[in-house]
Write a protein that binds this ligand. Structure first.
Ligand SMILES: O=C(O)C1=C[C@@H](OP(=O)(O)O)[C@@H](O)[C@H](O)C1
Ligand SMILES: C=C(OP(=O)(O)O)C(=O)O
Length: 457
């Protein structure tokens, strides 16, 4: 099945669709949006389903570059993944039949997906033969050294040509020893998640300790622990930064994937920039997604936030407030909060996010550079960004091969006429429908506003 012309299992490099003039808002928003499934949950559940002792069904999963890369990687390792129509608005369910055994002599191309390069690397040791892991050239810079080191410590044989980065080859032996190891996960929580996901299938399980000076994205590690628990694997956490995973079987399960709350963020933030209200449907009452923090963050920045009937509604306040915010738990929200800060009533400092320099691009440098190009004022800090709101003017906004940079350009363009995003197609990494749903949010708002104007005549 295709969604807006996007083929979920395309083997090609990320498709790029050229320049896009960001639509400006002509009045207050009044729209309800449904976003596709969570990238982080989809790719975790694909891994766990591949390792499980019986088949699993994933309902309403994400279909995007990142999930297609995970599907391709697992199929290359011998996992059966079928598409079957379900209730999801944005594509089929996944029916996953675990690999028995995992095949080797194959290549895994992670594209730009951090979850694929880290999670599939942890699985590759189970293969019977070599697995070469690589990525799109724009993602080869992403940190892998600590992961390579940790995998060696649990007994995985890796040939990385002494470069500590992608591409590298795992010489799979059909099993992984496991044991007690230490990792510096300060560059990415995904190292920890990748190891925890594979750990129940290690010969002796895993006792993992983090030794770095900071641990980013803790909710994403909680998500891993919760996903494992749902499939019968109980991870002990004797201290912060320490996890014990028993060797055990992983249950096959039917799992409903939550909407992607980080991808909902630009839509909710749009209401604060353009005025009015935006609701996102299917907002979970409890979630380990860092996007669950949006209720508190957007309230702090001056919005009214209400969850009613399963939808989260954000309504603009009288102004957007500048804030000092530790975003270490939710680094992937930075580009959206940055856009809000550009229109705030006071300066904003975002900190605890030094590691996002190793995301799809150096997000700190890229956000600062793009805002300055539109006349804005922003400063790189070692561990964050300071934004001092200034009047902005038209101009180009480079996405830097980064889906969240592209959506930041869209947000700024709501209030600044003539913002041209150079590569809106990069949103296909996690939300190929972004430009369509964005435009629909604006069109629906115009329709409601004109209907209300007619009614008041
Ligand atoms: O485990 C996950 O699904 C993710 C963890 C985080 O990675 P980092 O810890 O590298 O920031 C997050 O930014 C990324 O978008 C998704
Ligand atoms: C950092 C991100 O992605 P990845 O899963 O590739 O790390 C992101 O989506 O913001």
């Amino acid at each position: 099945m295709t969604v807006d012309g996007y083929s979920p299992n395309s083997q090609t490099a990320p498709k790029r669709s050229g320049h896009w003039r960001a639509p400006t808002a002509t009045g207050p928003l009044n729209a309800t949006v449904t976003v596709p499934g969570s990238k982080s949950l989809t790719n975790r559940e694909l891994i766990l389903a591949a390792l499980a002792d019986s088949p699993s069904r994933l309902t309403a999963p994400l279909h995007s570059d990142d999930s297609a890369r995970m599907v391709d990687a697992l199929r290359a390792l011998g996992v059966g993944i079928e598409l079957e129509s379900g209730d999801g608005l944005y594509g089929d369910d996944f029916l996953v039949t675990p690999a028995k055994p995992f095949r080797g002599d194959t290549v895994v191309d992670s594209g730009q997906a951090g979850t694929v390069m880290r999670f599939a690397a942890a699985l590759a040791g189970f293969a019977h033969g070599d697995v070469t892991l690589t990525a799109h050239e724009s993602a080869l810079h992403r940190p892998m050294g600590a992961m390579i080191s940790a995998l060696r410590d649990v007994g995985v044989d890796i040939d990385d040509g002494a470069r500590w980065t992608l591409p590298f080859t795992v010489r799979g032996r059909g099993h992984v020893r496991g044991g007690e190891i230490t990792i510096d996960a300060s560059a990415s929580s995904q190292f920890v998640s990748g190891l925890l996901l594979a750990a129940p299938r290690f010969d002796v399980g895993l006792h993992l300790r983090h030794c770095g000076d900071r641990l980013p994205s803790i909710p994403h590690i909680d998500m891993t622990v919760e996903s494992l628990a749902h499939r019968g694997v109980h991870v002990e956490r004797p201290a912060v930064g320490e996890w014990i995973v028993p060797a055990s079987s992983i249950r096959g399960k039917d799992v409903a994937i939550e909407p992607d709350l980080s991808n909902a963020a630009p839509f909710l933030a749009a209401a604060m920039i353009a005025g009015g209200s935006v609701s996102v449907t299917g907002w979970p009452a409890h979630s380990t997604q860092p996007g669950a923090m949006l209720s508190d963050i957007l309230s702090l920045m001056g919005a009214r936030v209400v969850r009613r009937g399963g939808a989260l509604t954000v309504t603009a306040g009288s102004s957007i407030h500048g804030v000092d915010l530790d975003l270490s738990a939710a680094g992937e929200l930075t580009p959206t909060i940055f856009a809000l800060a550009a229109f705030a009533d006071a300066p904003t400092t975002l900190y605890g996010i030094g590691h996002i320099r190793g995301h799809e691009t150096d997000r700190i440098a890229a956000l600062v550079g793009e805002l300055r190009a539109l006349g804005g004022e922003a400063h790189e800090l070692e561990d964050g960004i300071r934004i001092v709101p200034q009047p902005l003017h038209e101009g180009g906004w480079r996405a830097h091969h980064d889906h969240r940079l592209a959506t930041t350009g869209a947000l700024i363009g709501l209030a600044v006429d003539g913002v041209e995003v150079d590569d809106i197609g990069t949103t296909a990494k996690t939300m190929p429908q972004f430009p369509t749903i964005w435009q629909r949010m604006l069109d629906d708002s115009d329709r409601v506003d004109s209907a209300e104007a007619m009614h008041s005549l």
